[in-house]
Design a protein around this ligand. Structure first.
Ligand SMILES: [Zn+2]
Ligand SMILES: [Zn+2]
Length: 349
């Protein structure tokens, strides 16, 4: 039986932390559950999931639907499309069965690339990886790029494929509809395999995803400023967590428009966070004046999850202890609650 390999190349940069990553996680579960009840998909579809932030990682190697167990998605800092695509091409080279005189190889793989931000790679690195994709894979793979929200660079994405779609990832229900569409697209593609057709057929779009007209669209957002995400560590458990703020435009007492960031929440992450992150990820600063609200520590429940250690410039939780020890650098300090803003490093979502 010829396989129809489906790859999910998923951006897990920090702006995905919280609900979005949970929705994607649930979505993958739904896809698999649905495909298991579809005779054509069961026969032909093989699935792999690759996550990428600053660094890439195969979180589910290529396997049959029947034995597939939805992986847990990590998060990391940075959005290296180069590392993501580079790793995808490596996996394609490694796994695909070629057609020879003795055997019929795999169907053209279908790649779903989900991204919600702007690549943090240098322009020359991006050009190199785009050329490699064009030269080696553009014709031998079907790539579907889905922009989660509007803050992506469709000019770059449009160089990879003509299938660049926009998904308005507003809420839980939108994600549900979206993954239904992905599932339906895999089903129609596996049915097309059955009929000896192209093996690539996206389901009807309806209002869930819209195709981006690349000839008209030319937006190049520079930095993802919808969210500010700060990396922190728990003083008690030493575990990392992320503090997420959302952009908020408001009118002040004088009728002037102001901009700040409001707390969304704090989320425990595990040490894969550092594995997935870009090492140069923390070179952008934001003043705490612009941040509204401080979370409790999601790891140990300490009331204050936003203490700033001036020695190393990093954030950790504090409790009632007299002397606190920074879990990043070991520095001991006494904390008071002073006013005034200071700069903290923001990560590159
Ligand atoms: Zn803590
Ligand atoms: Zn420190």
């Amino acid at each position: 039986m010829r396989r129809l390999p489906i790859y999910f190349l998923t951006d897990v940069s920090e702006s995905m932390i919280g609900e979005p990553i949970e929705f994607v996680q649930d979505g993958m579960g739904t896809i698999i559950k649905e495909l298991r009840t579809d005779p054509y998909a069961l026969e032909t579809v093989w699935i792999s999931v690759i996550a990428f932030a600053g660094q890439p990682k195969t979180i589910a190697p290529l396997q049959e639907v029947i034995s597939f167990y939805p992986p847990k998605f990590p998060v990391g800092s940075g959005t290296s499309l180069c590392n993501g695509l580079g790793h995808l091409m490596y996996e394609l080279r490694k796994n695909l069965v070629k057609t020879t005189s003795e055997q019929k190889g795999d169907w053209k793989p279908i790649v779903f690339l989900f991204t919600d931000g702007v690549p943090t790679d240098s322009p020359s690195d991006l050009q190199a990886v785009i050329s490699e994709w064009k030269q080696n894979w553009q014709r031998s793979a079907n790539l579907v790029v889905v922009s989660f929200g509007k803050n992506t660079n469709t000019t770059i994405l449009g160089e990879l494929t003509e299938n660049v779609l926009f998904f308005d990832n507003a809420d839980a229900n939108a994600y549900k509809q979206f993954f239904k569409w992905v599932t339906a697209s895999i089903k129609t593609s596996s049915l097309s395999v059955e009929n000896n057709s192209s093996g690539f057929e996206l389901a009807r779009f309806d209002d869930i995803v819209t195709k981006i007209d690349l000839s008209k669209e030319s937006r190049k957002p520079v930095i993802d400023d919808n969210f500010v995400v700060l990396a922190a560590k728990c003083q008690n458990t030493k575990q990392p967590y992320l503090i997420k703020y959302r952009k908020n435009v408001f009118e002040d007492n004088y009728g002037e428009l102001g901009l700040n960031y409001r707390l969304v929440g704090a989320y425990k992450v595990d040490n894969t966070y550092f594995e997935m992150s870009d090492e140069n990820a923390t070179d952008m600063k934001i003043s705490t004046d612009k941040l509204e609200g401080a979370p409790a520590c999601p790891c140990c429940g300490n009331q204050y999850g936003f203490a700033y250690d001036e020695t190393c410039g990093k954030i950790h939780c504090i409790g009632n202890e007299k002397i606190s020890t920074c879990p990043w650098c070991g520095n001991k300090a006494q904390y008071g609650f002073g006013g005034g803003g200071f700069d903290v490093n923001r990560t590159r979502g």
